[in-house]
Each structure stands twice: as C-alpha cells, then as structure tokens.
Design a binder for this molecule. Structure first.
Ligand SMILES: [Zn+2]
Ligand SMILES: [Zn+2]
Length: 334
C-alpha cells in the first residue's frame, strides 16, 4: 500500500516452519519509486514465501525485480537483509548498509557453522541454560543464520551520509542498539523516518546481547544515547520494519525510553541480594512462560534481551559478575 507520495509498504511474510509457525508476522519492505525504477529499504528473508510475496506485491504496483536500482538496509538481521544475494543475481549492484553492520555480518559469514554453533552453545552454558535446550537452540540459530542469501553490500554508509534517489534524499542516522550498526533513514521533504527495528508501534524495542558481542558492548546504553538526537527531527510519519506506520513520533520516543528504563529496574529488582545466572533472572522476569512449550526463537529472544539488561546494569556500575565453575553469576554491587 502507498504510505506517502511514491512510497509503498510491502508486508513480507515471515512464515517459515519450524522457526516461525505463525503465519501472521511480517517484515516491511519499503519501495521508493523514482524516475527510473525503484529503490528498496530492506528485503525480507530468504524463503520462497518471502520471495513470492515481494515479487507479487511489486507486480501490483507495476514493478519487477529488475527495476530495483538500489537497496539500502537498516541492519543485517535475516528478516531484513535475507535477499541481498538474490538482488545481486537480478543485477542490483548498488546495495548499502552501515560500515559497522557490514563488518559484523562479514565476520559472521567468515566463520564456519561449526564455529558459530560452538560459540553460541558455550554462551548459553555460561549463562546457565539447562543442557536439554542447547541442541534446539544451536539448530535454530544456524537455521536463522542461513535465512540470508549472503552478498556483501557494495556501499558502506556512515552517519550523515545522504542517499540520493530522485526525488528522495535519505539521510543516514546511526542508531545502534537493536544491532551494532543499525541505521534509520530520514527523508526531510516528506518528513518520513524509516526506523527499521529501532522503534516499534507499541512494544518496547528488542535489544539483544548476542554470543558474539565483546564484553564492553552495552546495546541498551547505546540505544538510549540515540534518542536525544532523534528528538530534534521533524517527523510526520514513522515507517517501522514490522507493523503499521504511525504518527506521534516524539511521544513514542518518550514511551520507549520509559519502557526500557522500567525493564531495567525490573531486572535489578530480581537480583535481590542473590547471585543468579542470566537464565535464572530470565525465568523470574517471565514467570508465566513455559520454556518446554515455547518456540525456540522465543527462548533465544528472551535470553539475549535479559543478558542485554544485565549488561546495561553491569556497565552502569550497579551490578557485577562473578565467575563460578564456568558460570557467569550476576549480583548487585556493594
Ligand atoms: Zn532486527
Ligand atoms: Zn526485524
């Protein structure tokens, strides 16, 4: 559907059993129609359903995959970057992501599945996840990794770069948090913000700490520092990577900040005079979730979020870690 003059939102199915068995979730691809062909923001992941959905929705607005002149990615998660290799096969040589995101994804694809799987499993073990869940988590992680048809983007973007695609000018805003090199694109003439996974219409953003991250990385801290510069933007319509477009940009920034701060306080409260693994903290934060029945991607989603919260508390100096027989235990400081 058209969301602004010459701008279309195409919801692409994320149905992909056994990883995602619910047919409802979608990721948005935005099409910007220029004088000669079109430019895409993000791609959907590398499944037949996603490919068919993109192709048929583009056909409805009179475009084919060969009309894609440029593709700009908000970040390199499979549901947004998954078809990079496909576009390249169709002749789209101009593809762009932030330099930091390119470094991250190239590093990941330089490693074997065996190495990636071992790092991931070791990370869960050190955070206290019971052994019976390790193999399903390893398999889901690798399956997700291969939802990308990999191709290295040809253009490395930096903060404040402007992508010209007449009549659009997309300013690059570095917004780390959801991923290390996540970017939003701001179109000043139409007052549009393509925010990727940085903002959602209602839920708090998903801010993970992954097994490959170094110990000095604080994704939540980085995220919070992006909110102030965003406040200065004149935005009429926010175009997220999942769900519907929304207005009330500044109100949503405030709500998001409060949601994250509240979540961090809840995590701090759980550590009430005890030493706990991230898994134990996670189970107290989600007392009603039944891990036995939960889809594996949700298990992973909870753990990477909980560790990100603990990491933020640790780098804020409120929590410290103790190593005990290969386990990382968190406790309040002092
Ligand atoms: Zn994402
Ligand atoms: Zn996403």
């Amino acid at each position: 559907m058209q969301v602004a003059p010459g701008v279309y939102r195409l919801p692409i199915s994320l149905y992909s059993p056994p990883l995602v068995v619910d047919p409802k979730p979608t990721a948005n691809v935005y099409v910007l129609r220029g004088k000669d062909g079109c430019m895409l923001i993000d791609s959907g992941w590398d499944t037949k359903e996603a490919y068919d959905g993109l192709k048929s929705q583009m056909a409805e607005i009179g475009l084919g995959l060969k009309d894609i002149k440029k593709v700009a990615y908000t970040h390199s998660h499979p549901d947004h970057f998954g078809q990079a290799g496909l576009f390249k096969e169709y002749g789209t040589t101009w593809q762009a992501a932030h330099r930091l995101e390119m470094e991250y994804i190239c590093n990941k694809f330089s490693r074997t599945d065996d190495e990636l799987g071992k790092t991931e499993v070791q990370w869960y073990i050190s955070h206290g996840v019971p052994a019976k869940y390790l193999e399903e988590l390893r398999q889901a992680y690798l399956r997700m990794h291969h939802m990308i048809r990999f191709s290295v983007p040809s253009v490395a973007l930096e903060e404040d770069d402007v992508i010209e695609f007449t009549p659009f000018h997309l300013k690059v805003l570095l917004t780390p948090g959801h991923s290390l090199g996540h970017i939003c694109y701001y179109e000043p003439r139409l007052k549009l913000l393509f925010c990727g996974d940085h903002l959602t219409p209602k839920q708090p953003p998903h801010i993970p700490f992954y097994s490959s991250y170094k110990d000095n990385i604080n994704p939540i801290g980085s995220y919070l520092t992006t909110l102030k510069p965003l406040e200065a933007l004149d935005v009429e319509l926010v175009l997220p990577a999942h769900g519907h477009e929304f207005t009330g940009f500044k109100r949503r920034l405030d709500q998001t900040k409060r949601q994250l701060e509240q979540r961090n306080e809840e995590t701090f409260d759980v550590l009430d005079g005890q030493q706990m693994t991230a898994f134990q903290v996670n189970m107290q934060l989600h007392p009603h979730s039944e891990w036995n029945k939960m889809p594996t991607v949700q298990k992973r989603g909870q753990m990477v979020e909980t560790v990100a919260q603990l990491q933020a508390l640790k780098l804020d100096g409120r929590v410290e870690t103790v190593l005990n027989d290969g386990l990382i235990l968190y406790k309040r400081k002092g």
